[in-house]
Design a protein around this ligand. Structure first.
Ligand code: HEM
Length: 437
Protein backbone atom coordinates (compact mmCIF):
# COMPACT_ATOMS: atom_id res chain seq x y z
CA UNK A 1 0.00 0.00 0.00
CA UNK A 2 1.05 3.56 -0.77
CA UNK A 3 2.58 5.25 2.27
CA UNK A 4 2.13 8.97 2.68
CA UNK A 5 5.14 11.24 3.06
CA UNK A 6 6.33 11.60 6.68
CA UNK A 7 3.55 12.95 8.78
CA UNK A 8 3.93 15.28 11.71
CA UNK A 9 1.09 14.95 14.15
CA UNK A 10 0.00 18.12 15.86
CA UNK A 11 -0.29 18.28 19.63
CA UNK A 12 -4.02 18.84 19.65
CA UNK A 13 -6.85 16.90 18.04
CA UNK A 14 -6.26 18.22 14.56
CA UNK A 15 -5.40 15.94 11.66
CA UNK A 16 -2.09 16.75 10.00
CA UNK A 17 -2.49 19.31 7.23
CA UNK A 18 -1.63 16.93 4.41
CA UNK A 19 -4.17 14.32 5.56
CA UNK A 20 -6.90 16.93 6.01
CA UNK A 21 -6.29 18.49 2.60
CA UNK A 22 -6.30 15.11 0.87
CA UNK A 23 -9.72 14.38 2.38
CA UNK A 24 -11.31 17.36 0.61
CA UNK A 25 -9.37 17.06 -2.63
CA UNK A 26 -11.58 15.39 -5.27
CA UNK A 27 -8.47 13.98 -6.98
CA UNK A 28 -7.75 11.84 -3.92
CA UNK A 29 -10.97 9.97 -4.64
CA UNK A 30 -9.86 9.10 -8.15
CA UNK A 31 -6.83 7.34 -6.64
CA UNK A 32 -8.26 4.67 -4.35
CA UNK A 33 -4.85 3.57 -3.10
CA UNK A 34 -4.10 7.07 -1.92
CA UNK A 35 -7.59 7.49 -0.46
CA UNK A 36 -7.31 4.27 1.51
CA UNK A 37 -3.85 5.12 2.78
CA UNK A 38 -5.32 8.37 4.14
CA UNK A 39 -8.20 6.52 5.78
CA UNK A 40 -5.91 3.80 7.14
CA UNK A 41 -3.59 6.39 8.63
CA UNK A 42 -6.51 8.20 10.26
CA UNK A 43 -8.03 5.01 11.70
CA UNK A 44 -4.70 4.05 13.23
CA UNK A 45 -3.49 7.43 14.44
CA UNK A 46 -6.35 9.88 14.83
CA UNK A 47 -9.66 8.12 14.20
CA UNK A 48 -11.80 11.04 15.27
CA UNK A 49 -9.66 14.05 14.39
CA UNK A 50 -10.48 17.57 13.33
CA UNK A 51 -9.77 18.83 9.81
CA UNK A 52 -8.83 22.49 9.78
CA UNK A 53 -8.38 23.55 6.16
CA UNK A 54 -8.20 27.01 4.69
CA UNK A 55 -11.40 27.76 2.77
CA UNK A 56 -13.46 25.16 4.65
CA UNK A 57 -15.40 25.25 7.89
CA UNK A 58 -13.51 23.02 10.33
CA UNK A 59 -14.99 19.54 10.73
CA UNK A 60 -14.45 16.32 12.65
CA UNK A 61 -13.61 13.23 10.62
CA UNK A 62 -15.12 9.90 11.76
CA UNK A 63 -13.20 7.04 10.18
CA UNK A 64 -14.00 4.10 12.50
CA UNK A 65 -16.98 1.81 11.91
CA UNK A 66 -18.17 2.17 15.51
CA UNK A 67 -18.24 5.99 15.35
CA UNK A 68 -19.83 6.25 11.90
CA UNK A 69 -22.50 3.79 13.05
CA UNK A 70 -23.17 5.43 16.44
CA UNK A 71 -23.36 8.96 14.99
CA UNK A 72 -25.69 7.83 12.19
CA UNK A 73 -28.02 6.15 14.67
CA UNK A 74 -28.33 9.13 17.00
CA UNK A 75 -30.19 11.42 14.65
CA UNK A 76 -31.41 13.85 17.30
CA UNK A 77 -27.89 14.60 18.53
CA UNK A 78 -26.35 14.52 15.05
CA UNK A 79 -28.65 16.29 12.67
CA UNK A 80 -28.86 16.50 8.89
CA UNK A 81 -30.72 19.73 8.19
CA UNK A 82 -28.78 22.26 10.25
CA UNK A 83 -25.82 22.64 7.89
CA UNK A 84 -24.64 21.19 4.59
CA UNK A 85 -24.83 17.37 4.43
CA UNK A 86 -22.07 17.47 1.81
CA UNK A 87 -18.60 18.77 2.62
CA UNK A 88 -18.12 21.76 0.33
CA UNK A 89 -15.80 24.78 0.47
CA UNK A 90 -17.12 27.61 2.62
CA UNK A 91 -17.41 29.94 -0.40
CA UNK A 92 -19.66 27.38 -2.12
CA UNK A 93 -21.89 27.00 0.95
CA UNK A 94 -22.04 30.77 1.46
CA UNK A 95 -23.05 31.20 -2.15
CA UNK A 96 -25.76 28.54 -1.79
CA UNK A 97 -27.04 30.30 1.35
CA UNK A 98 -27.13 33.63 -0.50
CA UNK A 99 -29.28 32.09 -3.26
CA UNK A 100 -31.49 29.55 -1.47
CA UNK A 101 -31.54 30.98 2.06
CA UNK A 102 -30.27 27.63 3.38
CA UNK A 103 -26.99 25.67 3.16
CA UNK A 104 -28.68 23.11 0.90
CA UNK A 105 -28.94 23.33 -2.88
CA UNK A 106 -32.21 21.49 -2.53
CA UNK A 107 -34.26 20.08 0.35
CA UNK A 108 -34.49 16.32 -0.04
CA UNK A 109 -34.89 13.43 2.41
CA UNK A 110 -31.25 13.63 3.49
CA UNK A 111 -31.79 17.22 4.65
CA UNK A 112 -34.82 16.54 6.87
CA UNK A 113 -34.74 15.66 10.56
CA UNK A 114 -37.05 14.16 13.19
CA UNK A 115 -40.78 13.83 12.58
CA UNK A 116 -40.70 15.78 9.36
CA UNK A 117 -38.13 13.31 8.01
CA UNK A 118 -40.23 10.32 9.13
CA UNK A 119 -43.33 11.66 7.40
CA UNK A 120 -41.54 12.58 4.19
CA UNK A 121 -39.76 9.21 4.08
CA UNK A 122 -43.05 7.35 4.66
CA UNK A 123 -44.42 8.80 1.40
CA UNK A 124 -42.21 6.60 -0.78
CA UNK A 125 -40.96 3.97 1.67
CA UNK A 126 -43.50 1.26 0.82
CA UNK A 127 -42.43 1.34 -2.84
CA UNK A 128 -38.91 0.36 -1.87
CA UNK A 129 -39.65 -2.44 0.59
CA UNK A 130 -38.73 -6.00 -0.49
CA UNK A 131 -42.38 -7.14 -0.83
CA UNK A 132 -43.33 -4.32 -3.21
CA UNK A 133 -40.16 -4.81 -5.19
CA UNK A 134 -41.17 -8.41 -5.94
CA UNK A 135 -43.67 -6.95 -8.44
CA UNK A 136 -40.78 -5.44 -10.35
CA UNK A 137 -38.77 -8.67 -10.63
CA UNK A 138 -39.86 -9.52 -14.16
CA UNK A 139 -39.47 -5.95 -15.47
CA UNK A 140 -36.00 -5.66 -13.96
CA UNK A 141 -35.03 -9.09 -15.27
CA UNK A 142 -36.00 -8.05 -18.79
CA UNK A 143 -33.75 -5.00 -18.52
CA UNK A 144 -30.94 -7.15 -17.10
CA UNK A 145 -31.21 -9.58 -20.04
CA UNK A 146 -30.92 -6.66 -22.48
CA UNK A 147 -27.70 -5.63 -20.71
CA UNK A 148 -26.26 -9.12 -20.98
CA UNK A 149 -27.25 -9.29 -24.67
CA UNK A 150 -25.45 -5.99 -25.21
CA UNK A 151 -22.37 -7.39 -23.49
CA UNK A 152 -22.56 -10.51 -25.68
CA UNK A 153 -22.79 -8.29 -28.75
CA UNK A 154 -19.34 -6.90 -27.91
CA UNK A 155 -17.87 -10.32 -27.09
CA UNK A 156 -14.07 -10.30 -27.30
CA UNK A 157 -13.94 -6.55 -27.98
CA UNK A 158 -12.74 -3.95 -25.52
CA UNK A 159 -15.78 -2.43 -23.87
CA UNK A 160 -15.91 0.31 -21.26
CA UNK A 161 -18.21 -1.52 -18.86
CA UNK A 162 -18.87 1.63 -16.80
CA UNK A 163 -19.88 3.89 -19.66
CA UNK A 164 -21.46 1.38 -22.01
CA UNK A 165 -23.27 -1.04 -19.71
CA UNK A 166 -23.31 -0.17 -16.00
CA UNK A 167 -24.59 3.38 -16.42
CA UNK A 168 -27.78 2.47 -18.22
CA UNK A 169 -29.27 -0.50 -16.40
CA UNK A 170 -30.02 1.10 -12.99
CA UNK A 171 -30.99 4.27 -14.85
CA UNK A 172 -33.70 2.39 -16.82
CA UNK A 173 -34.96 0.77 -13.61
CA UNK A 174 -35.34 3.96 -11.57
CA UNK A 175 -36.79 5.93 -14.49
CA UNK A 176 -39.33 3.15 -14.95
CA UNK A 177 -40.29 3.37 -11.26
CA UNK A 178 -40.51 7.16 -11.42
CA UNK A 179 -42.52 7.09 -14.65
CA UNK A 180 -40.06 9.08 -16.75
CA UNK A 181 -40.30 8.38 -20.51
CA UNK A 182 -37.32 6.55 -21.96
CA UNK A 183 -36.50 9.42 -24.36
CA UNK A 184 -35.72 11.60 -21.31
CA UNK A 185 -33.33 9.15 -19.65
CA UNK A 186 -30.23 10.58 -21.34
CA UNK A 187 -31.09 14.04 -19.97
CA UNK A 188 -31.52 12.60 -16.45
CA UNK A 189 -28.18 10.84 -16.74
CA UNK A 190 -26.32 14.00 -17.72
CA UNK A 191 -27.96 16.02 -14.93
CA UNK A 192 -27.08 13.32 -12.38
CA UNK A 193 -23.46 13.26 -13.50
CA UNK A 194 -23.29 17.05 -13.34
CA UNK A 195 -24.72 16.96 -9.82
CA UNK A 196 -22.48 14.22 -8.37
CA UNK A 197 -19.48 14.81 -10.62
CA UNK A 198 -19.53 18.56 -9.88
CA UNK A 199 -15.83 18.44 -9.00
CA UNK A 200 -14.76 16.25 -11.94
CA UNK A 201 -13.84 18.28 -15.06
CA UNK A 202 -14.86 15.37 -17.33
CA UNK A 203 -18.38 15.27 -15.88
CA UNK A 204 -19.29 18.65 -14.42
CA UNK A 205 -21.24 21.45 -16.04
CA UNK A 206 -18.77 23.59 -17.97
CA UNK A 207 -16.32 20.62 -18.14
CA UNK A 208 -13.73 22.60 -16.19
CA UNK A 209 -11.60 22.48 -13.05
CA UNK A 210 -13.54 24.18 -10.27
CA UNK A 211 -10.78 24.50 -7.70
CA UNK A 212 -9.84 28.03 -8.75
CA UNK A 213 -13.22 29.56 -7.97
CA UNK A 214 -15.08 27.62 -5.31
CA UNK A 215 -18.38 29.40 -5.86
CA UNK A 216 -18.21 28.20 -9.48
CA UNK A 217 -19.03 24.77 -8.06
CA UNK A 218 -22.12 26.16 -6.29
CA UNK A 219 -23.22 28.14 -9.36
CA UNK A 220 -22.92 25.03 -11.54
CA UNK A 221 -24.86 22.91 -9.04
CA UNK A 222 -27.65 25.47 -8.73
CA UNK A 223 -27.90 25.67 -12.53
CA UNK A 224 -28.29 21.87 -12.63
CA UNK A 225 -31.04 22.09 -9.99
CA UNK A 226 -32.85 24.71 -12.13
CA UNK A 227 -32.83 22.30 -15.07
CA UNK A 228 -34.27 19.58 -12.84
CA UNK A 229 -36.94 22.05 -11.61
CA UNK A 230 -37.93 22.91 -15.14
CA UNK A 231 -38.22 19.24 -16.10
CA UNK A 232 -40.06 18.06 -12.99
CA UNK A 233 -42.56 20.98 -12.96
CA UNK A 234 -43.72 19.87 -16.38
CA UNK A 235 -43.76 16.21 -15.34
CA UNK A 236 -45.91 17.10 -12.30
CA UNK A 237 -48.55 18.81 -14.39
CA UNK A 238 -48.55 15.92 -16.88
CA UNK A 239 -48.99 13.37 -14.08
CA UNK A 240 -51.80 15.40 -12.51
CA UNK A 241 -53.75 15.38 -15.76
CA UNK A 242 -52.83 11.78 -16.72
CA UNK A 243 -52.13 9.84 -13.52
CA UNK A 244 -50.29 6.53 -13.75
CA UNK A 245 -49.13 3.88 -11.28
CA UNK A 246 -45.70 5.46 -10.85
CA UNK A 247 -43.75 7.45 -8.30
CA UNK A 248 -44.04 10.75 -10.16
CA UNK A 249 -47.84 10.50 -9.91
CA UNK A 250 -47.48 9.76 -6.19
CA UNK A 251 -45.19 12.78 -5.66
CA UNK A 252 -47.36 15.05 -7.82
CA UNK A 253 -50.29 14.49 -5.48
CA UNK A 254 -48.45 13.83 -2.19
CA UNK A 255 -50.04 15.04 1.03
CA UNK A 256 -48.38 15.30 4.45
CA UNK A 257 -50.31 16.37 7.57
CA UNK A 258 -53.38 16.91 5.41
CA UNK A 259 -51.57 19.46 3.19
CA UNK A 260 -50.05 19.00 -0.27
CA UNK A 261 -46.26 18.99 0.02
CA UNK A 262 -44.55 22.18 -1.10
CA UNK A 263 -43.09 22.52 -4.60
CA UNK A 264 -39.60 22.78 -3.08
CA UNK A 265 -40.04 19.54 -1.12
CA UNK A 266 -41.44 17.79 -4.17
CA UNK A 267 -38.46 18.90 -6.27
CA UNK A 268 -36.03 17.61 -3.62
CA UNK A 269 -37.83 14.27 -3.58
CA UNK A 270 -37.77 13.92 -7.35
CA UNK A 271 -34.10 14.80 -7.46
CA UNK A 272 -32.98 12.37 -4.77
CA UNK A 273 -34.95 9.49 -6.31
CA UNK A 274 -33.84 10.33 -9.85
CA UNK A 275 -30.16 10.69 -8.94
CA UNK A 276 -29.29 8.62 -5.83
CA UNK A 277 -30.91 5.59 -7.41
CA UNK A 278 -28.65 4.86 -10.35
CA UNK A 279 -25.19 6.39 -10.05
CA UNK A 280 -24.42 4.44 -6.86
CA UNK A 281 -25.83 1.17 -8.17
CA UNK A 282 -23.97 1.38 -11.48
CA UNK A 283 -20.72 2.11 -9.62
CA UNK A 284 -21.22 -0.95 -7.41
CA UNK A 285 -22.09 -3.14 -10.42
CA UNK A 286 -18.93 -1.96 -12.18
CA UNK A 287 -16.85 -2.87 -9.12
CA UNK A 288 -18.47 -6.32 -9.14
CA UNK A 289 -17.39 -6.76 -12.79
CA UNK A 290 -13.94 -5.44 -11.98
CA UNK A 291 -13.70 -8.13 -9.27
CA UNK A 292 -14.62 -10.82 -11.81
CA UNK A 293 -11.80 -9.58 -14.04
CA UNK A 294 -9.27 -9.50 -11.19
CA UNK A 295 -10.05 -12.71 -9.34
CA UNK A 296 -10.61 -15.51 -11.90
CA UNK A 297 -11.69 -18.01 -9.19
CA UNK A 298 -14.82 -15.98 -8.51
CA UNK A 299 -16.72 -16.74 -11.71
CA UNK A 300 -16.59 -20.57 -11.46
CA UNK A 301 -17.58 -20.38 -7.79
CA UNK A 302 -20.60 -18.22 -8.60
CA UNK A 303 -21.49 -20.44 -11.57
CA UNK A 304 -21.35 -23.53 -9.38
CA UNK A 305 -23.50 -21.96 -6.68
CA UNK A 306 -25.83 -19.11 -7.66
CA UNK A 307 -26.85 -18.79 -3.99
CA UNK A 308 -23.52 -16.97 -3.50
CA UNK A 309 -24.59 -14.11 -5.78
CA UNK A 310 -26.23 -12.01 -3.00
CA UNK A 311 -22.96 -12.20 -1.00
CA UNK A 312 -21.00 -11.27 -4.10
CA UNK A 313 -23.29 -8.25 -4.58
CA UNK A 314 -22.99 -7.19 -0.95
CA UNK A 315 -19.21 -7.44 -1.04
CA UNK A 316 -19.12 -5.37 -4.24
CA UNK A 317 -21.16 -2.64 -2.52
CA UNK A 318 -18.85 -2.71 0.53
CA UNK A 319 -15.78 -2.61 -1.68
CA UNK A 320 -17.16 0.20 -3.85
CA UNK A 321 -18.67 2.32 -1.04
CA UNK A 322 -19.77 4.77 -3.77
CA UNK A 323 -21.02 7.34 -1.25
CA UNK A 324 -17.79 8.56 0.31
CA UNK A 325 -19.31 10.72 2.99
CA UNK A 326 -22.29 12.52 4.43
CA UNK A 327 -21.98 15.27 7.03
CA UNK A 328 -23.85 15.65 10.31
CA UNK A 329 -24.09 18.68 12.63
CA UNK A 330 -24.06 18.28 16.44
CA UNK A 331 -27.18 19.69 18.10
CA UNK A 332 -25.59 19.75 21.59
CA UNK A 333 -22.19 19.38 23.23
CA UNK A 334 -21.09 15.76 23.47
CA UNK A 335 -17.99 13.60 23.73
CA UNK A 336 -16.55 11.18 21.16
CA UNK A 337 -13.32 9.26 21.87
CA UNK A 338 -12.61 11.63 24.78
CA UNK A 339 -12.91 14.73 22.60
CA UNK A 340 -15.52 17.40 23.14
CA UNK A 341 -17.72 17.97 20.15
CA UNK A 342 -19.50 21.28 20.55
CA UNK A 343 -23.03 22.14 19.52
CA UNK A 344 -22.89 23.24 15.87
CA UNK A 345 -19.74 21.23 15.06
CA UNK A 346 -19.69 19.62 11.64
CA UNK A 347 -18.79 15.91 11.29
CA UNK A 348 -17.77 13.90 8.23
CA UNK A 349 -18.90 10.25 8.19
CA UNK A 350 -16.39 8.34 6.05
CA UNK A 351 -18.29 5.26 4.87
CA UNK A 352 -15.42 3.96 2.75
CA UNK A 353 -13.14 4.02 5.79
CA UNK A 354 -15.68 2.40 8.13
CA UNK A 355 -16.01 -0.38 5.55
CA UNK A 356 -12.27 -1.13 5.72
CA UNK A 357 -12.08 -0.99 9.53
CA UNK A 358 -9.64 -3.70 10.68
CA UNK A 359 -11.48 -3.98 14.03
CA UNK A 360 -14.62 -5.12 12.25
CA UNK A 361 -13.66 -6.77 8.96
CA UNK A 362 -11.24 -9.63 8.65
CA UNK A 363 -8.70 -8.76 5.91
CA UNK A 364 -10.73 -5.66 4.98
CA UNK A 365 -8.79 -4.98 1.77
CA UNK A 366 -9.59 -8.40 0.33
CA UNK A 367 -12.59 -8.89 -1.92
CA UNK A 368 -14.22 -11.89 -0.25
CA UNK A 369 -17.64 -13.39 -0.84
CA UNK A 370 -17.30 -15.45 2.33
CA UNK A 371 -17.91 -12.63 4.80
CA UNK A 372 -20.68 -13.41 7.21
CA UNK A 373 -19.72 -11.25 10.13
CA UNK A 374 -21.14 -7.75 9.83
CA UNK A 375 -23.30 -5.34 7.96
CA UNK A 376 -21.19 -2.92 6.01
CA UNK A 377 -22.08 0.76 6.13
CA UNK A 378 -22.13 1.61 2.42
CA UNK A 379 -25.89 2.24 2.71
CA UNK A 380 -25.45 4.18 5.97
CA UNK A 381 -27.43 3.15 9.04
CA UNK A 382 -30.04 4.61 11.39
CA UNK A 383 -33.09 6.67 10.36
CA UNK A 384 -31.50 7.87 7.10
CA UNK A 385 -30.36 4.43 5.95
CA UNK A 386 -30.58 4.27 2.17
CA UNK A 387 -34.20 4.11 1.08
CA UNK A 388 -33.20 2.24 -2.07
CA UNK A 389 -30.92 -0.39 -0.51
CA UNK A 390 -33.24 -3.33 -1.26
CA UNK A 391 -33.80 -2.10 -4.80
CA UNK A 392 -30.07 -1.63 -5.39
CA UNK A 393 -29.26 -5.12 -4.11
CA UNK A 394 -32.13 -6.65 -6.09
CA UNK A 395 -31.04 -4.94 -9.33
CA UNK A 396 -27.50 -6.14 -8.89
CA UNK A 397 -28.54 -9.65 -7.91
CA UNK A 398 -30.78 -9.98 -10.98
CA UNK A 399 -28.11 -8.54 -13.28
CA UNK A 400 -25.55 -11.09 -12.09
CA UNK A 401 -28.07 -13.96 -11.99
CA UNK A 402 -28.60 -13.29 -15.69
CA UNK A 403 -24.96 -12.59 -16.52
CA UNK A 404 -22.94 -15.16 -14.53
CA UNK A 405 -24.29 -18.30 -16.31
CA UNK A 406 -23.52 -16.76 -19.70
CA UNK A 407 -19.98 -15.58 -19.02
CA UNK A 408 -16.95 -17.65 -19.99
CA UNK A 409 -14.42 -15.18 -18.60
CA UNK A 410 -13.84 -11.49 -18.00
CA UNK A 411 -10.47 -9.92 -18.75
CA UNK A 412 -9.14 -6.54 -17.78
CA UNK A 413 -8.31 -4.46 -20.87
CA UNK A 414 -6.89 -1.32 -19.27
CA UNK A 415 -6.84 0.90 -16.21
CA UNK A 416 -9.83 1.25 -13.93
CA UNK A 417 -10.39 5.04 -13.69
CA UNK A 418 -12.40 6.50 -10.83
CA UNK A 419 -14.49 9.69 -10.73
CA UNK A 420 -12.79 12.60 -8.97
CA UNK A 421 -15.48 13.35 -6.40
CA UNK A 422 -15.26 13.58 -2.63
CA UNK A 423 -19.01 12.88 -2.35
CA UNK A 424 -20.48 10.22 -4.66
CA UNK A 425 -18.31 8.43 -7.17
CA UNK A 426 -17.06 5.18 -8.58
CA UNK A 427 -15.58 3.75 -11.75
CA UNK A 428 -15.63 6.29 -14.58
CA UNK A 429 -13.94 3.98 -17.08
CA UNK A 430 -13.61 0.21 -16.76
CA UNK A 431 -12.14 -1.31 -19.94
CA UNK A 432 -12.92 -5.02 -20.10
CA UNK A 433 -13.01 -7.85 -22.60
CA UNK A 434 -15.80 -10.36 -21.98
CA UNK A 435 -16.12 -13.84 -23.45
CA UNK A 436 -19.46 -15.63 -23.38
CA UNK A 437 -20.34 -19.31 -23.09
C1 HEM B 1 -25.39 0.59 -4.20
C2 HEM B 1 -26.27 1.54 -4.27
C3 HEM B 1 -26.50 2.60 -3.22
C4 HEM B 1 -25.69 3.04 -2.21
C5 HEM B 1 -24.29 2.58 -1.85
C6 HEM B 1 -26.42 4.07 -1.49
C7 HEM B 1 -25.93 4.75 -0.38
C8 HEM B 1 -26.67 5.64 0.38
C9 HEM B 1 -26.20 6.30 1.58
C10 HEM B 1 -24.81 6.14 2.21
C11 HEM B 1 -27.21 7.06 2.05
C12 HEM B 1 -27.18 7.94 3.32
C13 HEM B 1 -27.51 7.08 4.51
C14 HEM B 1 -27.38 7.78 5.85
O1 HEM B 1 -27.31 9.01 5.91
O2 HEM B 1 -27.36 7.04 6.87
C15 HEM B 1 -28.33 6.92 1.14
C16 HEM B 1 -29.52 7.56 1.27
C17 HEM B 1 -30.53 7.48 0.34
N1 HEM B 1 -30.58 6.68 -0.79
FE1 HEM B 1 -29.17 5.40 -1.40
N2 HEM B 1 -27.64 4.23 -2.08
C18 HEM B 1 -27.75 3.35 -3.13
C19 HEM B 1 -28.83 3.15 -3.98
C20 HEM B 1 -30.02 3.84 -3.89
C21 HEM B 1 -31.15 3.59 -4.73
C22 HEM B 1 -31.28 2.50 -5.80
C23 HEM B 1 -32.10 4.48 -4.37
C24 HEM B 1 -33.46 4.54 -5.01
C25 HEM B 1 -34.30 5.45 -4.92
C26 HEM B 1 -31.56 5.30 -3.28
C27 HEM B 1 -32.21 6.32 -2.61
C28 HEM B 1 -31.76 6.91 -1.45
C29 HEM B 1 -32.53 7.89 -0.71
C30 HEM B 1 -33.90 8.43 -1.08
C31 HEM B 1 -31.76 8.24 0.43
C32 HEM B 1 -32.13 9.22 1.55
C33 HEM B 1 -32.73 8.46 2.72
C34 HEM B 1 -33.06 9.35 3.90
O3 HEM B 1 -32.37 10.35 4.12
O4 HEM B 1 -34.00 8.99 4.62
N3 HEM B 1 -30.27 4.87 -3.03
N4 HEM B 1 -27.99 6.03 0.14
Amino acid sequence: MFILAPITTTSNFDLPDDIAKLLVDPKTYSDRELLHSVYTWARANNPFGRAVIEGFDPFWVATKYADVSAISRDSSLFRNGDYSVVCRPKAAIDYIISVTGSPHIVKALVQFDGDEHKKMRALAQSWFMPDSLLNLDERIRRLARCCVDKLAHYEGEVIDFSRNIALYYPLHVIMDILGIPSEDEAKMLVLTQELFGGEDPELNRGKAEVASGKDVLAKNLLAVVEDFRHYFDKLTSDKRTSPRNDMATLLSNAVVNGEPISDANRLGYYIIIATAGHDTTSSSSAIAMWALSQFPDLLPRLQADAALIPQFVDEAVRFASPVSHFMRTASADTEIRGRTVHKGDWIMLCYGSANRDEDVFDKPFEFSIDRKEVHHLAFGTGPHICLGQHLAKMEMRILFEEMIPRLERVESAGELEMVASSFVGGPKHLPLRCFMR
